[in-house]
Design a protein around this ligand. Structure first.
Ligand code: CU
Length: 392
């Protein structure tokens, strides 16, 4: 019973285009967290073949992860666990091809060459490991690298700290990392969030402390429809052929482009001034991206090492642009400070023009297009400041 799922993106146009599609599946990435904090985290995942509708209505064959019994998505569902959890992932391959699975930067052995299942319900593989250092990780199909990963088989594993407070026993300043190993400057930044004054002077980040869960995951990828179709038709491309012939025509953020990503609530950060948000940014593709945000600068908090594990940064400064080569993972803090070019006075008037809408776009210009030129329908989204200073 192997079948293709249909992944429809494009919430903006959904109302007029989807009414007559019986096999419609939502493409929204779900966030799977292990609610019972019993030290175990269990997930049931499936790999499936999908037809993905792109922003211009064209359809390309790809692969996707799905929580068993739920719609597939590209990227796959977010797997959220706590440091020290015993994580168990049961994986079944319902694709027509063999696949693999690994989480980079965690100590687990990679699954390779998992054959398509024969429908007897017995042929699952179990991955088990203890969740390590808090941070953001890639899970991918590492087989046939980089082909299966770029064709959709990638997603985020988030490890949360078990006691994540920058200010120790006071527990007023949560942070998403392990305070015991976090550099002092990283803790100092989270301690400063929400402070009105420091040493009697107006502080840099008035408002609220960072709150656990106040975060967004941005996974970048690129799609070459020609190669997708050749592989679906049975072409066995080598890694070097794929790399040589890769000419992406779509540049996605969380599987979405342009208008669709700007209107996706899980992608577009929103909040008041003084509500700092964490952005977990990841590049699953083969192009180097340079995301850039208007309105605020970001702080790069972590950067993945060659194995995909987070390195907590010990020299924090503000970035206008941050570099994202293939497979890079960087957690950045969007402080939601009042943009400095806005005079304070008009903000106190009744007719404030909230929300203030700012773009995030990639500075690698070709990535701003789709289908060879449709601008700005590429790797771009919005972030919104909904209102004035929030206090904690
Ligand atoms: Cu710009």
């Amino acid at each position: 019973m192997l079948r293709r799922h249909f992944l429809k993106y494009g919430s903006v146009f959904a109302a007029v285009t989807t009414a007559s599609l019986p096999s419609l599946l939502t493409a929204k990435t779900t966030d799977l967290s292990d609610a019972a904090s019993d030290g175990d985290a269990d997930f049931d995942l499936e790999i499936v073949d999908v037809d993905v509708e792109l922003i211009d209505g064209s359809v390309v064959p790809m692969y996707a992860f799905a929580p068993v019994g739920q719609p597939p998505s590209i990227p796959g569902p977010i797997l959220r666990v706590k440091q020290g959890d015993v994580v168990r992932i049961d994986l079944r391959n319902s694709s027509t091809r063999s696949h693999g699975f690994q989480i980079l930067g965690q100590s687990m052995s990679a699954v390779t060459g998992l054959a398509p299942h024969d429908d007897d319900g017995e042929d699952k593989v179990r991955i088990e490991f203890v969740a390590g250092l808090p941070g953001t990780y890639f899970y991918i199909d590492g087989d046939n690298a980089p082909i299966n990963r770029v064709l959709g088989l990638h997603g985020a594993l988030i490890v949360e700290p078990s006691n994540g407070y920058a200010d120790g026993k006071t527990r007023k300043k949560p942070m998403p990392y392990a305070p015991t190993v976090a550099p002092a400057c990283l803790k100092d930044l989270f301690k400063a969030l929400g402070e009105k004054t420091i040493n009697g002077l107006p502080a840099r980040f008035p408002g609220k402390a960072w709150e656990p869960g106040r975060e967004y995951v941005w996974i970048f990828n690129q799609i070459d429809p020609v190669l997708c179709r050749r592989i679906a038709a049975g072409d066995n491309l080598s890694a070097s052929e794929f790399l040589e012939e890769f000419h992406p025509r779509y540049f996605t953020i969380n599987g979405l482009c342009g208008l669709d990503s700007a209107h996706d609530k899980a992608t577009c950060p929103t909040g008041h001034v003084g509500e700092p948000a964490l952005l977990r940014t990841m590049n699953a593709g083969l192009a180097t991206h340079s995301p850039h945000i208007h309105g605020n600068h970001v702080f790069v908090l972590t950067q993945s090492d060659a194995y995909g594990a987070p390195v907590y940064q010990d020299n924090l400064f503000e970035h206008d642009v941050w570099l994202m080569p293939p497979m890079m993972i960087k957690d950045v803090l969007l402080p939601f400070t009042m943009p400095p070019d806005l005079p304070p006075a008009p903000w106190k008037m009744a007719q404030e023009k909230y929300p203030l809408r700012y773009p995030m776009h990639c500075h690698n210009e070709i990535s701003q297009t789709s289908a060879g030129g449709s601008y700005p329908m590429g790797l771009v989204t919005d972030w919104h400041i909904d209102g004035p200073l929030a206090t904690g």
